[in-house]
Design a protein around this ligand. Structure first.
Ligand code: OQN
Ligand code: ZN
Length: 371
């Protein structure tokens, strides 16, 4: 397969089983990508990530620009070498983080001026600057510089913002000159079907190796996204990967795959692991509950990860209550493994023509209330 080639092997309704070829190897989709914002997926080594089935790690332009700086990482041989991850890396364009993390100074056609959340120093990021940072990092998949509106937003705000995102996409494409990298456009449009379809038409009219749906998982009631997805995702180019940014829970992933989404990222599995919430095939488990005090069973009897093979709920509860670092590590290993296993089984189910049954079984298992 050539660089950027996206091959669909099987479909089940809108769901697809495909392969995307990147400069650091093939990506089997549907795929869940582990978020490694500051050049690390928190609490996990690259070997542990690989052992859990991780294919793609995400890096963050905003954070890495502020510290240690993309020029430093470039001098150290690029992000792959710096963090010792030699599989595909996707980096975000930084706009989303500027709006959600920094004291915003001002927005203009040119770009965004902001103060660092670390030391208050002034910075400026534009489509051109964002592309330069991501190319310096040596990213395999580069996200266009976009504006992600917070929820709720008026129709007028959505109109204005998506038009800017389209103009910024054209500038991003003109500035992305690294031939090993794949540039993905980002569809916006808020929670309005009319605006979503218009933004999709604009963004997908630009010839690119992949397209993302942005502007979701920004505080909106999740059912609004579930209602919109089936009307938008299947209308994106069928021969290109579709990436739903910032999503989501196991249930969200299954529903989105069923609507034709191929790629996902979310801090959920790593973040909630550190505060003791575990995803299992029987629903969510909160490890701090007193009922697990002398429970010798693994987190999930149906899981074969390192944590479930070697440790009891009693021990993991003890580590959590003691604030031990090993607790974060073992819970994260399990949650990442769970998400990767879920995607692996989804790929197999689509390949083997039993997607609908797999989908329905997952939704039944996951909606069980928290234990
Ligand atoms: C949690 N919810 C969430 N909604 C998002 C919307 C957008 C959006 O509309 N535009 C862009 N550019 N990014 C978004 C992100 C960040 C995803 C990410 C994080 C870390 C590394 C790589 C990628 C989002 N994340
Ligand atoms: Zn496990």
């Amino acid at each position: 397969m050539g660089l950027g080639e996206f091959k669909v092997h099987a479909t089940a309704g809108n769901a697809r089983r495909a392969t995307l070829m990147t400069a650091h190897g093939p990506v089997q989709t549907p795929v869940f990508m582990a978020v490694g914002t500051k050049a690390t997926v928190k609490a996990m080594t690259p070997e542990e990530l690989k052992d859990c089935g991780t294919q793609v790690v995400l890096g963050n332009t905003y954070h890495l620009h502020l510290r240690p700086g993309e020029k430093t990482i470039a001098k150290m041989g690029g992000l792959h070498k710096f963090m010792n991850w030699h599989g595909p890396i996707l980096t975000d364009s930084g706009g989303f983080q500027v709006f959600s993390l920094s004291q915003l100074r001002n927005m203009s056609e040119e770009g965004v001026e902001f103060r660092s959340h670390l030391d208050g120093a002034k910075h400026f990021i534009s489509p051109e600057k964002s592309m330069e940072i991501q190319m310096d990092l040596g990213s395999d998949i580069i996200m266009a510089f976009d504006e992600c509106l917070q929820y709720p937003a008026t129709e007028e705000e959505i109109d204005k913002s998506m038009a800017l995102t389209y103009r910024w996409l054209l500038r991003s494409k003109a500035a992305m000159t690294r031939k090993e990298s794949l540039l993905f456009g980002i569809v916006q449009g808020g929670l309005s079907l009319k605006h979503r379809l218009k933004s999709m038409e604009q963004i997908c009219s630009v010839e690119l190796p992949g397209y993302a749906l942005g502007g979701f998982s920004v505080g909106e009631p999740i059912h609004l996204m579930h209602e919109l997805l089936p009307h938008v995702a299947p209308k994106m180019p069928a021969n290109k990967p579709r990436y739903l940014m910032g999503v989501g829970t196991p249930t969200d992933l299954i529903i989105a795959i069923d609507s034709g989404i191929d790629m996902f990222d979310c801090v959920m599995p790593t973040r909630v692991a550190r505060n003791g919430t575990i995803f299992t095939w029987q629903g969510k488990v909160s490890i701090k509950r007193s009922e697990y005090r002398e429970d010798s069973s693994p987190l999930d009897p149906e899981c074969d990860c390192y944590t479930c093979t070697n440790y009891s709920k009693a021990y993991l509860r003890h580590l959590f209550l003691s604030g031990e670092i090993l607790g974060s590590r073992l819970n994260t290993i399990h949650n990442i493994h769970f998400y990767m296993k879920l995607m692996e089984l989804a790929r197999k189910a689509i390949e083997e023509g039993r997607w609908e049954a797999f989908r329905d079984d997952c939704l039944t298992r996951f909606v069980k209330k928290e234990r």
